[in-house]
Design a protein around this ligand. Structure first.
Ligand code: C2E
Ligand code: CA
Ligand code: CA
Length: 421
């Protein structure tokens, strides 16, 4: 298994003589699971594992993921051993397997990397062997690929993310962090839900990178629904710890332009037992350029059903006054760039004061994002901004950690105040 593999890789690295690492995926196994049932898939997997072990008696073999194996050569092995291992694995897996009354042939995709040449730590080596395996699969023929620098490029990464994203959406491999939002006295008013994805061997990918890809390949729908549902669930849970805090969730321009958003959001609330007023929906101005009339009607429907509506990243895009006047907004979140420039650029401060005054007249609550220092907090408070969010009050954190903070603050006698003091 993986733990044993980690240990073995650690031993090889400590030894320092170098070693070969091979990544192998059994293409076609998922189709067997789907077509002949899970027992047939399991049987095939066992058969393949046995064959691999016999074909590479000197290698350490581990199951990595659903249809993936990793093999590492002995101390001092290099490219020659890698080639040999790959050849033997191809032959072993290439033989037909009799499963559920059928002769099934699997096609393995094999990638390899050698230490120290292609990496001196476990993560880099695995990532590089994986990139090579992915290239082998794309080549489509039963030919192993050894890692080389060209595989580490941006387009390879994008291709890798594309295919991994599709698979991970199916497996619900996304989670959320919460970042607190406070008032001028540092009291927690709620938190923003921020999506996270940490695919195997790739490391954490920022939402700014993976959300556009997910929209591109048409799988963001499911993730967006997942986000709203999670927000509703967390908001419900907050009531059990006697907190009136709200949960903000981001809506992408794509989500806003799809029919059925209102029903989907209401259904999420109903299913989780949450009141729509416990949720804040954050939208960016770029969502408003297409058909402002249609978006306005949509927002009015959302508002009428009780949702709180916030305009995100205000000040970066069109920052149109008519948007502020026309849209049924409860909140405006001023973009982080204003906060960054606050100390150095007096015009930033003037612009902020103008936005605050305007929002006051329109009865829109103002929120400042990206507050990192006490000095920024002080200047922002002086402008009359209502709510604040940023590393000063808390980085995006796991739900449990935030709940713990809320509980501590709710305890009788505890003084409210932001973490930085
Ligand atoms: P956003 O809605 O403007 O979210 C705020 C971003 O600023 C977050 O980045 C947050 O981690 C970061 N941030 C918060 N405080 C500070 C600070 O004090 N300093 C600095 N430098 N940064 C701070 P993150 O989590 O990487 O999210 C990026 C964007 O991805 C979000 O921008 C949002 O547009 C989008 N996003 C995230 N989660 C979701 C989601 O569930 N659905 C949709 N549609 N979009 C999402
Ligand atoms: Ca946001
Ligand atoms: Ca923002």
């Amino acid at each position: 298994n993986r733990a044993a593999l980690d240990q073995e890789i650690g031993r090889r690295i400590a030894d320092g003589r170098g070693f070969a690492l091979m990544f192998l995926a059994l293409d076609g196994l998922n189709a067997v699971h789907g077509g002949f049932g899970n027992p047939a898939g399991e049987e095939l997997l066992q058969l393949a594992a046995g064959r691999l072990a016999r074909a590479m008696p000197k290698a350490f073999l581990a199951r990595w993921g659903d249809d993936e194996f990793v093999a590492i050569g002995p101390h001092g092995s290099g490219k020659a051993t890698l080639g040999e291992m790959a050849q033997r694995a191809l032959e072993a897996i290439g033989q037909p397997c009799a499963i559920a009354g059928h002769d099934i042939k699997l096609t393995p995709s094999i990638g390899g990397a050698c230490s120290p040449e292609h990496g001196t730590d476990s993560q880099t080596l695995l990532r590089h062997a994986d990139a090579a395996m992915f290239a082998a699969r794309q080549n489509g023929c039963n030919r192993p690929v050894v890692f080389h620098e060209a595989l580490d490029t941006g387009s390879q990464r994008r291709a890798r993310l594309h295919s991994q994203l599709r698979a991970d959406v199916e497996r619900d491999k996304f989670h959320f962090l919460l970042q607190p939002k406070v008032d001028g006295a540092g009291r927690h008013l709620g938190a923003e839900l921020l999506m996270r994805w940490s695919p195997d061997r790739i490391g954490t990918v920022a939402p700014a990178e993976f959300i556009p890809i997910a929209e591109d390949i048409g799988v963001f729908d499911r993730l967006g629904r997942h986000a709203i549902r999670s927000a509703a669930r967390i908001a419900r849970e907050l009531r059990t710890i006697d907190s009136a805090a709200t949960i903000a969730v981001n809506l992408s321009p794509d989500q806003l332009s799809r029919p059925g958003l209102v029903d989907m959001a209401l259904e999420a609330c109903r299913a989780e037992g949450a009141d729509p007023s416990w949720l804040e929906l954050e939208l960016t101005e770029s969502a408003l350029v297409s058909d402002i009339g249609a978006v306005t009607r949509l927002l009015v429907r959302l508002r009428d059903r009780g949702f709180c509506l916030a305009l995100d990243d205000f000040g970066t895009g069109y920052s149109s006054l008519s948007h502020l006047r026309q849209l049924p907004l409860h909140k405006v979140k001023v973009d982080q760039s204003f906060v960054k420039d606050l100390q150095t650029d007096p015009r930033s401060l003037k612009a902020l004061e103008g936005i605050v005054a305007l929002c006051r007249t329109l009865r829109i609550t103002t929120v400042a994002e990206g507050v990192e220092t006490s000095a920024q907090f002080e200047s922002l408070r002086a402008t009359g901004i209502d709510e604040f969010q940023g590393y000063l009050f808390g980085r995006p954190m796991a739900k449990e950690a935030w709940f713990e903070q809320l509980r501590r603050m709710n305890r009788p006698g505890s003084a409210a105040g932001h973490g930085a003091g």
